[in-house]
Every structure is written in C-alpha cells, then in structure tokens.
Design a protein around this ligand. Structure first.
Ligand SMILES: *Cc1c(COP(=O)(O)O)cnc(C)c1O
Length: 355
C-alpha cells in the first residue's frame, strides 16, 4: 500500500477545545465541523469533540449522520435549509437552522412541521454574503417570533474582518444597535474573534479552524495561541536519486542542481491534497529533520533535498504537515491558508485516529 496517511489526533482536538473554553469561559461552544470536519473526518471529529455544547455543519445529510450516530447535541445548519422538504426533515431530526433570507421565513410560515425548529437569525454585519440587512433585522425577528413553526431564536452574525487590522468594532456596533430591543441569546464569534476580540464572545462561540490547530490569523503561528495540530499528513521516501550539477528535478525542471546532491522522492502529490503551488524550498520534515521541497509538485509525488540528511533513504518517514511543519507554513508558501489545505485533503488519503 502507498505509504501516505493522515493521522488525526483526538487529543489535539480536545486540547484545542480547552483553549477555546479558556478564552471564552462564559460562552457555550458550538464546534464547527463543516467540510467533513475541516478535512479531518466528520465522525472522528464529532467523537473527539463530544464535550462541545453544540455542532455546526452545512449539509442536512451530515447533521442526520450525527443524529443517527447518537449525538444529541444541538446541531445547526449554517446555511439553513434549501427547500420545504429539507425543513420538514430537519424538524423531524431536531436540527436547528440558520435563517438568513426572507424566502426562508416564507418557507417556515408555509410548511407543516412535526415540531417547531430552533432558528439562528443571521444579520449581515458587513460580509455581504448571507443575512438580513441591519434595518430589516428586528422585523425579521418579529415575523419569526410570531411563527408557530419557530421555537427558540438565537441572534447571529459572522464577521468579515475579525482577523485583520480593521477588526470588528463597526460591525459589532451595527449588530448591537439592531438588536438592542431584542431579548435572545447571541452568537457572534469565529476563531479569530474568540482569540482577538473578547468583547464579542457573547452567549455562544463558533470555533472552526482553531479546533483543528491551525491559525485563523495570517502571520500568527497557531502555536502562539497554544493550539496543537489535529492532523499530521505523512508519507515516505519511495526512491532516492543522485543528481549531478545541472540536472533538473520534476516537470519543467524547475529546480536545477548546482552540485552533486541526493534527493528523495516522496509519495505525496497534488492528487493527495498537497498544494501544487508549493514552491521550491517549501518546508518538509524527513525523519524528524527539516528539509525542503525541490521542483514542481506532481500528481502523486514530490521531491525533497537530502543533501544534509545522509541517513535518509527509502522508507524514511516524511511529514508534509503536522507537529514539525505547520500546515499554515505550507499554505503561506503556496499562497493560501491552512483552512484550504486541510479541507482539500483527498479522499484517497487514508485517515487514522491515533490517540
Ligand atoms: C465556518 C464558520 C465558522 C468557523 O470559522 P473559523 O474561522 O474556522 O473559526 C463560524 N461561523 C460561521 C457562520 C461559519 O460559516
């Protein structure tokens, strides 16, 4: 079998949940496990984070999978439902829904449900994706609170700039103004808000990326927030080549040897989820020692420098990202963020829960 594997650490997930609780001690924690638990696997993540107060996901099918596995936590669908049929099913499984648009209110008013559904009413505080404009928010709330199909209502928004210098002052002020007459629990904070804006922790926090041990703030390593990587992507060296001065490596010969050198060929490529945009020199670890990638990443393989690693050979263990190589370091070198690399781990990579 090809030696690539992703190890998932329940211990790290649980540690990171404690970090969330340390920051937001008075808030309840809704663990965001969309995108297959940010690539870590829906079920392993849900089991590891069983101590969370609620889960959030995107697809009704994922929410049902959690219910059928016995999870009794509140489960929220972050984009709500897409049809009356889905709304009926959600109510049947006691799954909560985001309401972000008038058409979803109409759906609630015109669909017969087994029981009322709990709703998170979303305000558009500046992201301009989902949510009611501030000026229409109180009216939307009134419509929902007078709708017999609606149970509890939570007030919610999602910040566009919690991780940047712009901060959340303006959107938070907008939210507070629009909700000042409403008496209901409030949910505002993604990971960046949890770590950087304690004033917005409110009643519920919604951590995603920090649970997985990557950083929500570009330029600040996850370790600075005491977060531990929940995924280690590792593989092995499956071939060794000795290059002479002037020899190229990989498609397009993007790396040319300046002297005689050994390189290792690693069983991991972009079809496994390693970014093709990772340039020459991206950090990698071989037998626990730091090295760098050489040449273009191909579909199934990439190459690394063994010049300073004379003992490395076929079978040497390679960490693509994990405890030694932060996923954010690979992401930054490749012009993206850790979120994208974790979510894009390919289905062909076997996953194993290791602790
Ligand atoms: C994905 C998501 C989150 C989690 O965001 P992170 O940056 O991963 O912490 C929180 N709230 C909503 C509405 C989301 O869609």
């Amino acid at each position: 079998m090809r030696p690539i594997q992703a190890n998932i650490s329940s211990h790290a997930l649980q540690h990171n949940l404690k970090v969330v609780r340390k920051h937001a001690a008075n808030a309840k924690v809704m663990a965001v496990i969309k995108a297959n638990g940010y690539g870590h696997g829906l079920m392993p993540v849900a089991h590891a984070l069983n101590q969370a107060d609620a889960f959030a996901t995107l697809n009704l099918s994922e929410a049902i999978e959690l219910r059928e596995a016995g999870f009794t936590h509140p489960i929220l669908l972050l984009e709500g439902v897409f049809s009356s049929e889905e709304l009926r099913i959600a109510a049947g499984f006691e799954i909560d829904v985001v309401v972000h648009h008038t058409h979803q209110i109409n759906m609630l008013q015109t669909t017969d449900l087994m029981r009322p559904v709990h709703v998170h009413l979303k305000m558009n505080s500046g992201m301009n994706r989902l949510g009611f404009p501030c000026k229409d928010y109180a009216t939307a709330y009134q419509h929902l609170s007078s709708c017999p199909q609606v149970g509890e209502i939570t007030l919610m928004t999602h910040f566009a700039t919690a991780d940047t210098a712009a901060g959340i002052q303006q959107p938070l002020a907008r939210f507070s103004e629009a909700t000042k007459t409403l008496d209901a629990p409030i949910s505002l904070a993604n990971s960046a808000t949890i770590l950087r804006h304690p004033a917005a922790h409110a009643d519920w926090v919604r951590p995603g990326i920090m649970l997985y041990g990557a950083s929500p703030v570009t330029g600040t390593p996850a370790a600075d927030f005491d977060l531990k990587p929940a995924m280690q992507l590792h593989s092995q060296i499956i071939a060794v080549q000795t290059l002479n001065k002037g020899d190229g490596v990989g498609y397009g010969a993007q790396f040319i040897a300046q002297q005689t050198m050994r390189i290792g060929v690693v069983a991991c490529g972009y079809a496994d989820g390693y970014p093709r945009h990772a340039p020459n020199g991206t950090l990698i670890a071989v037998d626990g020692q730091f090295s760098k990638t050489l040449g273009r990443v191909s579909m199934d393989m990439l190459c690394c420098d063994l010049s300073d690693l004379p003992d490395a050979d076929i079978g040497s263990k390679v960490e693509l990202w994990g405890n030694l190589v932060p996923v954010d370091t690979v992401a930054e070198a490749s012009g993206t963020i850790g979120y994208e690399l974790l979510c894009a781990i390919a289905p062909r990579v076997p996953m194993k829960v290791v602790d």
